[in-house]
Design a protein around this ligand. Structure first.
Ligand SMILES: NC(=O)c1ccc[n+]([C@@H]2O[C@H](COP(=O)([O-])OP(=O)(O)OC[C@H]3O[C@@H](n4cnc5c(N)ncnc54)[C@H](OP(=O)(O)O)[C@@H]3O)[C@@H](O)[C@H]2O)c1
Length: 347
């Protein structure tokens, strides 16, 4: 165990959700028991964590050790290889917590050949941090979180479509944080019309996500609030070739087949690494039935709405046997005043 490796992982966690298609990485340079440099990769295209930390350390890095949450890169991407920078600064040792399975891994040999000791020190928390990132990168689709606010009987709205507000103000604040941690928020036209939402992040220094709207029909009412205050870009996925918009920051993307897979592949190509789905039961159910969901977050209010099965957050056309239903594991639970937050991962 090393406190310095833990610091590097903490730095990586701090920038988790803001690095787009790149992984969140933290690095700490230590020499003779003193921290001489700290760094985190802040966004795609920016300096890598190792480079930030070594630039801070300057000559004080010579003979020291660098602790990194992820194996240093050996390739020329939008920035030069980090192993080169480590060699240039004359470090004695490199310690990292996770091997990057998405890149050619010959960094250890390159560093060893320059007399630098390398230690791969596996770390559970760091592994969990990169697990979904590696899958998303290999499959070239974003990491997907589905968020649902509902009553105890799983209703996102009453049969009359009333949904403001089922859950409480603390949930609202928590959802603002979720938006901040994702590159884009996706919803369906049903929600756009029923709730007239903004999907902004009303927290201090909050980053507004790109808004993604699904409407196969392309029957969009451009008088809604979101289009009148487009603080961030709005992308509309449709199968209607005739849909056009002259509104600044609104882009129409017409696909011949608006399947979840096609939409996700296109979003990843456009730089979306993390996607939050905040939709009504139609789109929510589509995602929950797909294989493209990493995390499900449910906020339960202690209410029973009743009525028919309408607006139940999960519904399917066919009923499958219990052994075949989507299964989740609970990774965390929290009380937000009188509401319960459940964080689940698809098995
Ligand atoms: N409590 C909550 O967490 C929460 C959150 C959101 C919404 N809601 C409630 O949910 C209700 C709305 O439910 P909903 O099921 O109608 O909303 P929805 O799921 O957000 O939107 C459904 C619409 O999405 C479009 N769509 C679906 N699949 C698509 C695909 N593969 N490609 C492109 N477009 C696709 C279709 O639009 P077209 O018909 O134009 O093709 C469809 O009518 C409202 O009462 C709202 O208040 C509650």
């Amino acid at each position: 165990m090393s406190q310095y490796l833990n610091y590097a992982i903490e730095l990586a966690k701090m920038v988790d959700g803001q690095t787009g298609l790149n992984p969140p990485v933290g690095a700490v340079v230590v020499n003779r028991g003193r921290i001489v440099g700290l760094g985190a990769h802040l966004k795609k295209g920016d300096k890598h964590a190792e480079v930030q930390a070594l630039d801070m350390a300057k000559d004080a890095a010579k003979g020291g050790t660098i602790y990194i949450s992820l194996e240093p890169c050996t390739h020329f991407g939008s920035t030069p290889p980090c192993v080169n920078k480590i060699i240039e600064h004359g470090l004695k040792k490199v310690v990292y917590a996770v091997k990057d399975t998405t890149l050619p891994s010959n960094g250890d040999e390159i560093l060893n050949s320059h007399g630098i000791e390398v230690e791969f020190r596996p770390h559970n928390e760091a592994e969990a941090l990169y697990k979904d990132f590696f899958i998303a990168k290999n499959e070239a689709i974003p990491q997907v979180t589905v968020k649902v606010s509902c009553s105890l009987d799983g209703k996102q709205a009453t049969d009359m479509g009333e949904s403001k507000w089922i859950t409480n103000k603390s949930v609202k604040q928590d959802v603002f944080k979720l938006r901040h941690q994702h590159d884009a928020v996706l919803t369906g036209k049903g929600t756009l019309e029923a709730d007239n939402p903004q999907y902004t992040t009303r927290i201090e220094q909050g980053r507004n996500p790109i808004r993604v709207i699904l409407s196969k029909s392309g029957q969009i009412n451009f008088d809604l609030d979101m289009f009148n205050h487009p603080s961030e870009q709005i992308w509309i996925y449709t199968e209607n070739d005739n849909l056009v918009s002259n509104i600044d920051r609104v882009t129409v993307i017409a696909l011949t087949d608006c399947s979840i897979k096609n939409i996700l592949e296109d979003l990843y190509e456009k730089g979306i690494g993390r996607l939050l789905v905040e939709a009504g039961p139609t789109v929510t159910s589509l995602f929950l039935q797909s294989n493209y969901i990493n995390e499900l977050i449910i906020y339960y209010a202690p209410k029973l709405i009743g009525g028919s099965g309408r607006n139940q957050f999960f519904h399917t056309e066919t009923v499958v046997e219990l052994a075949e239903v989507p299964q989740f594991e609970v990774v965390n639970s929290d009380m937000l005043e009188q509401n319960i937050k459940l964080e689940l991962r698809k098995k």
